[in-house]
Write a protein that binds this ligand. Structure first.
Ligand code: FAD
Ligand code: NAP
Length: 398
């Protein structure tokens, strides 16, 4: 392999080029990104940056010297528009064509938006640095923020806005937001944490529309309720960035389809991170996972296969994510199904500590921790070993 082109200069793309150099790849390495900034970390945007604890600059993964060390051709501010897999060529919107021996697709995802036919200002999404800066500017004059979608973005923004002393209303069509991820019982606990911190919930109905004069003043719900915020943050999920691949032979289905080695339907072309719909080697099904640790682990797995196709183990991660809300570090590992039961293993309400095990037919399927990082790591390992619920009970009591 002489040259590798990686498209998408964020977490998964950067970890891919780092892993290639670490594994001894000495050929040409090109990283293409359509944002104007060098790669930066997104999790602090809704947390430390939004509530003013961090300058935006602190989210940079590397300073300039760090890119020189990687001997990387970093092309920022240009988008890949097309790939020709027969000619092994990626076309950029600045007119350049890049030839590759191996191509890595790491183009992530874009927030879904709600219709705003009157073009009202004050309605935001939060994915990148430009988004957080625009939002911060409007929050400086605001008193009341509505988050539409009480998923990860919505609840983290709610937490940061409460820290800033703003009134917050969270709107979600589900009665219990995040229950598809955490189950009803644990989703209720999380909602109660927000209520205790002063967040108002308007759940059980979606948004019918926005109203206002030039700037948003009312969010109208489908059942007639209305909320009157100064600023709205919409966090209703994301769509994978695959438009530029539409005319290629690379198979697409809810992102870029790839196998348990992260390789797509076209040999030599890989997909990693939020954009990749990969085949989980032990679960025996495809899944697209939109979390930080997954993007890192998948980048490493793709590189292993690129460097050593015969020796690389199939990718079979135990999914993991964290979220910081108020003084709670919430961590979740595993794969929970709708009919799993949940058992609380440890609880200390005063310190907001909790460890809960999800299980089915005696097998441990997932674990949720609040401010219990050491136990979570141990449980993630147990999940990887296919442990029973009884093993978790033995290790942690109750
Ligand atoms: P992305 O980070 O989306 O990067 C894709 C890059 O490709 C972008 O720069 C995009 O502009 C670029 N691109 C797209 N199309 C093209 C093109 N045609 N040509 C060139 N470049 C292109 N996860 C957690 O586990 N815990 C957290 O606490 C957490 N907090 C988060 C907070 C926020 C505000 C956000 C937005 C996400 C958070 N996540 C968190 C999720 C995590 O950040 C993502 O899973 C991760 O960023 C995925 O990395 P990625 O490189 O696959 O995709
Ligand atoms: P998300 O986690 O998928 O949550 C979206 C929420 O919006 C869900 O509760 C969803 O309900 C709800 N929703 C969907 N359509 C809606 C509508 N029309 N009106 C109102 N609510 C609606 O997505 P997100 O919060 O927007 O986050 C975006 C991405 O960033 C995701 O990839 C997420 O994983 C990532 N992120 C991760 C973290 C973290 O891991 N800590 C933090 C921030 C962001 P249903 O479930 O019923 O669809």
């Amino acid at each position: 392999v002489q040259s590798v082109v990686v498209v998408g200069a964020s977490l998964a793309g950067l970890r891919t080029v780092e892993a290639l150099r670490r594994r001894g790849f000495t050929g040409e390495l090109i990283l293409v990104g359509n944002e104007g900034y060098p790669p930066y970390d997104r999790p602090p945007l809704s947390k430390q940056v939004l509530c003013g604890d961090w300058e935006a600059d602190k989210t940079r993964f590397r300073q300039k010297q760090g890119y020189d060390e990687l001997d990387l051709d970093l092309r920022l501010g240009c988008a890949a528009t097309r790939v020709d897999t027969d000619a092994r060529l990626v076309a950029l919107d600045d007119g350049t064509d890049l030839n590759y021996d191996r191509l890595v697709i790491a183009t992530g995802a874009t927030p879904r938006r709600l219709p705003n036919p009157d073009g009202l200002s004050g309605i935001h999404v939060l994915r990148g640095l430009d988004d957080v800066m625009a939002l911060q500017q409007e929050l400086s004059d605001a008193q009341h923020v509505a988050v539409v979608g009480a998923g990860f973005i919505g609840l983290e923004v709610a937490s940061s806005c409460r820290k800033l002393g703003l009134a917050v209303t969270a709107i979600d069509p589900l009665q219990l937001p995040l229950s598809p991820v955490l189950g009803d019982e644990m989703a209720r606990e999380l909602m109660e944490l927000h209520v205790a911190q002063g967040v108002r919930f308007e759940t059980g109905a979606g948004v019918a529309g926005f109203a206002g004069e030039r700037t948003v003043q009312r969010v109208e719900l489908s059942d007639g309720r209305a909320v009157e915020p100064d600023v709205v943050v919409v966090g209703i999920g994301v769509t994978p960035n695959v438009q530029w691949l539409r005319d290629s032979r690379i198979e697409l289905d809810n992102g870029v389809l790839c196998d348990a080695h992260c390789e797509t339907s076209v040999p030599g072309v890989y997909a990693v991170g939020d954009v990749a719909n990969f085949h989980h080697a032990t679960q025996g099904k495809h899944m697209r996972i939109e979390h930080w640790t997954h993007a890192v682990e998948m980048a490493n797995a793709a590189v292993e296969h690129m460097i050593d196709p015969a020796g690389a183990a199939p990718f079979a991660p135990v999914p993991y994510f964290w979220s910081d809300q108020y003084n709670v570090k919430l961590q979740f590992a595993g794969m929970r199904s709708a009919d799993d039961e949940v058992r609380v293993l440890m609880r200390d309400p005063e310190k907001h500590r909790l460890l809960a095990a999800y299980h089915r037919d005696g097998a441990l399927t997932a674990v949720l921790a609040w401010n219990r990082p050491a136990q979570l790591i141990q449980c993630r390992r147990m999940l990887g070993e296919g442990a029973q619920l009884s093993a978790a009970v033995e290790a942690f009591g109750s």
